[in-house]
Design a protein around this ligand. Structure first.
Ligand code: ADP
Ligand code: MG
Length: 347
């Protein structure tokens, strides 16, 4: 580093690879982004398939709106999105994606193939492939039922440092399964499938009725979860909180069964965590963690989701009010859950 270099604009592919570092950390992050796209496309059914923990192959198939032929090359470009057009829309964004970054980032560090069809005729459909450094995506006809399939092969094949950073197949698949669990818990009205190395691990039918929901909870979290949880559903001043919270007697040594969704988006938020911890404070032993699957529904305009690229954080316009609502709802539910009253609370 002797001579001073001139300032230059990064080549687009390099810019994408740098951005990929923020969005694509491992196979699980690819699954998360592709599934979010499937959800945003209004899919009723989403299938996730992997080989070798996702390092070799990740495929997400959906039956959503599809992408029109003309839009296909754009879908893989950076800052190309169909989801928002203005700052105003950003402020009320209801879709999971909006940065237009995921497909560009993923395709810059993998061999990506996207096949899509906007029509009911399964003979229609178009394919676009992008391979690491290759700049121009090529579009060709390919039959596909209405919807989209994205296949990501050889993740990080052209960024060896990141490839080496991948852990064992089992560990990577564990992360993928966790991402899948969150997504499947976020939308009961969508049917889901997860397959790894030709083996089907989850087959979850859609349904917003209590029976289908509870069956799904059992499949994803184990039977013990529901047997030891309270169901709640409360609404105060435009805020709705519903879901399941574990009885204090069913706490865990690790905080590994905690799911909190804000308007369908999984969130890890300090304010939320604090409110829940406070609610359990007097009923849990020190060092134990509660289990919960909770859904907070608020007007999208009072919550900012554009805080972080992976969108796990949110910012509430009135954090104090949300905190107090969560705390008091849970505190009351737990206080009412004296032994013997569990079934009533559940009904
Ligand atoms: P974002 O989701 O932030 O818009 P992406 O890079 O994830 O950005 O996707 C770019 C665009 O490609 C989306 O805005 C959408 O129009 C289209 N797209 C991606 N995946 C799908 C899908 N599964 N079904 C329909 N359209 C999709
Ligand atoms: Mg997206």
């Amino acid at each position: 580093m002797s001579e001073k270099r001139h300032i230059q604009i990064l080549a687009p592919r390099l810019a994408n690879q740098i951005a990929a570092g923020e969005v694509v950390e491992r196979p699980a992050s690819v699954v998360k982004e592709l599934v979010e796209n499937a959800i945003d496309a209004g899919s009723r059914r989403v299938e996730v398939e992997l080989e070798s923990g996702g390092a070799r192959l990740i495929r997400v198939r959906d039956d959503g709106s599809g992408i029109a032929e003309d839009d296909l090359p754009l879908a893989l470009s950076r800052h190309a999105t169909s989801k928002i057009l203005s700052l105003e829309e950003l402020e009320g964004v209801a879709s999971l994606g909006f940065r237009g970054e995921a497909l560009a980032s993923i395709s810059s560090v993998s061999r990506l193939e996207l096949v899509s069809n906007v029509d009911e005729d399964p003979r229609g459909g178009w394919r676009v492939v992008a391979e690491g450094r290759r700049m121009e995506p090529r579009v060709s006809p390919a039959p596909h039922p209405r919807g989209t399939s994205v296949t990501v092969r050889d993740l990080f094949f052209n960024t060896p440092a990141r490839r080496n950073f991948l852990r064992t197949e089992k560990t990577e698949f564990g992360h993928v399964e966790e991402a899948f669990r969150r997504q499947a818990l976020s939308r009961f009205d969508i049917g889901w499938m997860l397959r790894h190395n030709q083996k089907t691990l989850h087959q979850l039918p859609p349904g917003d009725d209590p029976v289908t929901r509870e069956r799904r909870l059992g499949a994803l979290l184990g039977k013990g979860f529901l047997e030891n949880a309270l169901h709640l559903d409360l609404e105060v001043g435009g805020l709705r909180l519903w879901g399941w919270v574990g009885l204090p007697t069913h706490s865990r040594a690790q905080a590994d069964q905690q799911y909190f969704f804000v308007n369908g988006r999984v969130v890890r938020d300090r304010l939320v965590a604090h409110a829940i911890r406070q609610a359990y404070r007097d009923v849990l032993f020190h060092g134990r963690h509660p289990v919960f699957v909770l859904y907070l529904e608020v007007d999208p305009r009072v919550v900012d989701v554009n805080v972080h690229p992976t969108k796990h954080e949110v910012r509430f316009r009135d954090g104090r009010m949300v905190h107090d609502f969560l705390f008091s709802s849970l505190h009351r539910a737990l206080a009412e859950a004296r032994p013997g009253e569990r079934d009533e609370a559940h009904g």
